[in-house]
Design a protein around this ligand. Structure first.
Ligand code: AMP
Ligand code: ZN
Length: 143
């Protein structure tokens, strides 16, 4: 299936590439939330956060930290958001895993969604439900 980010990696599509090594490539988002909005991707195609192998993910995290520092300093930003959208419901539009680095300036806009309150007793129920799945798969995490 055609993938725009694979095409950028393979130089079949244009992008303002900021950084590249053998595993990772970072380039400017074509529709920035703020100028300097950057995407960091593994060169290999993985659909989402859950399908990126651990070694690839750790390289990607290291590169994202390095590039976020450079974006913040070069733009003299006050802060930045690191965002990853996974799945249609979360707003993912390109199914090649990526981190967004969005430089932020004091009082530029708010990204905070409307928050909920748990009805009495419900918080523990949600925690128990998630904990039971974590216990079931703990061995996979431990390796
Ligand atoms: P997401 O919606 O989280 O999957 O993020 C995909 C991002 O890729 C969006 O912010 C798009 O603006 C960006 N994007 C899509 N096509 C290109 C492109 N050709 N070059 C740079 N950024 C792109
Ligand atoms: Zn791809």
């Amino acid at each position: 299936m055609e993938c725009i980010f694979c095409n950028i990696t393979e130089r079949k599509a244009e992008a303002e590439i900021l950084f590249e090594d053998e595993n990772i490539i970072a380039f400017l988002d074509i529709q920035p939330v703020n100028y300097g909005h950057t995407l960091v991707i593994p060169k290999k195609h993985f659909d989402n956060f859950l399908t990126v192998p651990h070694d690839e993910l750790s390289k990607l995290m290291n590169a994202t930290q390095f590039i976020a520092g450079a974006v913040k300093r070069s733009l003299n930003a006050d802060g930045f958001n690191i965002i990853s959208n996974n799945g249609d419901s979360a707003g993912q539009t390109v199914y090649h895993f990526h981190f967004h680095i969005i430089p932020r300036f004091n009082s530029d806009f708010t990204l905070k969604p409307k928050v909920k309150m748990y009805p009495t007793g419900e918080m523990k129920k949600y925690a128990d439900h998630i904990r039971s799945l974590i216990s079931k798969y703990r061995d996979i995490y431990n390796g």
